[in-house]
Design a protein around this ligand. Structure first.
Ligand SMILES: Nc1ncnc2c1ncn2[C@@H]1O[C@H](COP(=O)(O)OP(=O)(O)OP(=O)(O)O)[C@@H](O)[C@H]1O
Ligand SMILES: [Mg+2]
Length: 251
């Protein structure tokens, strides 16, 4: 069974068809790249999967369960966690605090615990801090942990967005352009991080604009053009697909 199944999803904005009968399966443990020219429906796909937009037709199935149209928080709780195309961080908070906020979904602390400063609250806080430090080490953000998010470079902000997403304990991590606009050195380090995340058991679906940037590390690539899937297969196959070449040359 596929981890995620997008079944014939259609999404319209007035007269514009952003997605048209889009079908895609994401398998457990893979890194799947979703590519396509500007406006081809990539971010819309993430919005539909994560409940930020309701599709006009079709279904989204996660772990065999129909999650179409559930609220974003309910979908996040099931383990489908996204990052945004423009990093969505608390810029006036530190790196560490941003990651701690990412745990919000999972925390079992109730308001009463918070008020009474109970032992369970103190214990959980200690556990969360330990887990945050693990994530900061994995993402190599540990030496920046006291910095305010606004003082990070673009590359570290993108890395922090991934760290915050990891705090929510994803089964499926959706990354919207995680390397776009970065220097080659930062691109390599984020790609390395994405591969480590996958090796830790998280399935990754990522959006990229630039086909060349993701050819080497995606297990599979799906291509959207004007809301329609025009190719789906190994990077090698997709690269040679005539329709894909034309879509990119027509950009
Ligand atoms: N909330 C919205 N309201 C109206 N139109 C929208 C909305 N969101 C997206 N669109 C339109 O739907 C189409 C697909 O947009 P989408 O953001 O999914 O593209 P994309 O593939 O992510 O593009 P990019 O590479 O530029 O990020 C575009 O024509 C866009 O203008
Ligand atoms: Mg987009």
């Amino acid at each position: 069974m596929a981890l995620l199944e997008i079944r014939e999803v259609t999404k319209r904005f007035g007269g514009l068809i952003a997605l048209s009968g889009f079908k895609l399966e994401v398998q457990q443990g893979e890194i799947l790249g979703l590519i396509g020219p500007n406006g081809s429906g990539k971010t819309t796909t993430f919005n539909v999967i994560t409940g930020f937009l309701k599709p006009d037709g079709g279904k989204v199935i996660f772990e065999g369960e129909d999650i179409t149209g559930l609220q974003p928080y309910a979908i996040a709780k099931k383990g489908v966690i996204r990052t945004f195309q423009l990093a969505n961080l608390f810029f006036d908070l530190t790196v560490l605090d941003n990651v701690l906020i990412g745990f919000h979904n999972l925390s079992k602390i109730t308001m009463l615990d918070e008020l009474l400063n109970t032992r369970s609250r103190r214990k959980e806080k200690k556990e969360l801090l330990g887990r945050a430090m693990e994530i900061l080490q994995l993402t190599e953000l540990d030496s920046h942990k006291e910095k305010l998010a606004k003082n990070l470079s673009a590359g570290w902000r993108k890395t922090l967005a991934i760290a915050v997403a990891l705090a929510a304990n994803p089964k499926l991590l959706l990354l919207d352009e995680p390397v776009c606009t970065l220097s080659p050195a930062r691109v390599a380090s984020i790609i390395n991080l994405i591969m480590k995340v996958r090796d830790s058991g998280v399935t990754v679906m990522l959006i990229e604009h630039n086909m060349r940037a993701i050819m080497d590390y995606c297990d599979r690539i799906a291509v959207l053009n004007f809301g329609k899937k025009i190719a789906d297969g190994s990077p090698e196959r997709v690269k040679r697909n005539r329709e894909v070449i034309d879509a990119y040359l027509g950009m």
